[in-house]
Design a protein around this ligand. Structure first.
Ligand code: 6CS
Length: 343
């Protein structure tokens, strides 16, 4: 644990408490909210809007302090900080928290969710597999996921056209770092390599890795398109973010504070959907000015989709701690919402 984390943990607790019971982490009046992004990227927009609304609702009684990626260490440090209560709230991604909550790697499966981002958001909000069964897996390690939401479809970038699995031969693909991500890219023939996004611009520039995948807004805002010649509209996956809080802190909130948190998280579901949509649409135009944007045909996508299918069994057998029960249920729920059969 870093010195900063220890300091935050030590400072947190009961200063200024009026017996409201908001005891884990920061004082009862200050809540710390960490994200994995920076500036005006989608997760930060979320955290800052949450801050604005909570501060308004509480008439200034509560201050929410938001931290950008890097402000409190690496993405995996952040999971630890949330668990030990050094921070109270976070936006987490399965690509990092998946090593702690194994079952959450389900969101790393390619071609599982529909291409329609609105339908994906609907599934994230309505699925019992996600909102009951998966939630229990987070709770088992002291975390409380309050909402799952999309940051948009994921696209890959490269310095050569990549529109068939053959193009991934000898291709070093950056991953965030779960075994499921690794398996997914190996299924196409690529060589996965774990790297923090903080090192990714340089990694792409100097050829340590050949490509990466992310939602459009993130590719543009992190300027990856400056050091990549192609962005392929592959929509092979959907980037799922999770509003996650420290369970002890959440359970200790007064009824009033918990209501403010719950209703704000609920309100933000539609708000953040519109925000990611806006950013993904606007940034696409910016990318087109510097890189070639290639759209995969249905036939090309079908080749990748076929290779991605067996990875679901890899998840069931090697990642899941409940023999894939959550995936089995989720597949059926997706089929019900899309009207298409389980693959
Ligand atoms: O690629 C990454 O690692 C980053 N991508 C997004 C969309 N958000 C945060 C994450 O760390």
């Amino acid at each position: 644990m870093s010195a900063l984390v220890l300091l935050l943990a030590a400072c947190g607790g009961d200063s200024g408490s009026e017996g409201e019971g908001d005891s884990a982490g920061g004082s009862s009046d200050e809540w710390l909210f960490i994200t994995e992004e920076t500036g005006e990227q989608v997760q930060m927009q979320y955290a800052n809007e949450f801050k604005k609304r909570i501060e308004e609702k509480s008439g200034g009684e509560i201050t929410v302090t938001t931290y950008e990626f890097g402000g409190l260490g690496s993405e995996t440090d952040q999971v630890e900080q949330l668990q030990n209560g050094a921070v109270q709230l976070a936006v987490t991604s399965p690509g990092f928290i998946g090593n702690t909550v194994k079952e959450s790697q389900i969101f790393g499966l390619h071609f599982l969710f529909p291409d329609d981002v609105a339908k994906t958001q609907q599934i994230l909000e309505e699925s019992e597999a996600i909102n009951t069964d998966l939630v229990k897996q987070y709770e088992a390690i002291g975390l409380e996921p309050l909402a799952f939401w999309t940051e948009g479809g994921m696209q890959w970038t490269s310095n050569k056209p990549v529109d068939s699995p053959d193009d991934f031969e000898n291709f070093k693909m950056r991953i965030q770092g779960t075994e499921l991500q690794s398996e997914s890219w190996e299924a196409y023939g690529a060589t996965p390599q774990t790297m923090s996004w903080g090192d990714l611009y340089t990694g792409l520039e100097n050829g340590t890795v050949d490509g990466q995948d992310n939602p459009i807004f993130f590719i543009a805002d992190a300027s990856f398109h400056e050091v990549q010649d192609y962005m392929t509209l592959s929509n092979h996956n959907n980037y799922v973010a999770t509003t996650t809080v420290n369970q002890e802190w959440y359970d200790g909130l007064s009824d009033q504070h918990k209501t403010w948190v719950d209703e704000t998280v609920e309100e933000l579901q539609d708000w953040i959907f519109e925000e990611q949509k806006r950013q993904n649409e606007e940034f696409l135009e910016e990318i087109k000015e510097e890189a070639e944007v290639v759209e995969l045909t249905d036939e090309q996508r079908a080749e990748f989709r076929e290779l991605a299918k067996p990875v679901r069994d890899f998840y069931r057998e090697n990642v899941s701690t409940v023999d894939g029960a959550i995936l089995d249920k989720l597949e059926k729920e997706i089929a019900e919402i899309t009207g298409e059969p389980v693959e």
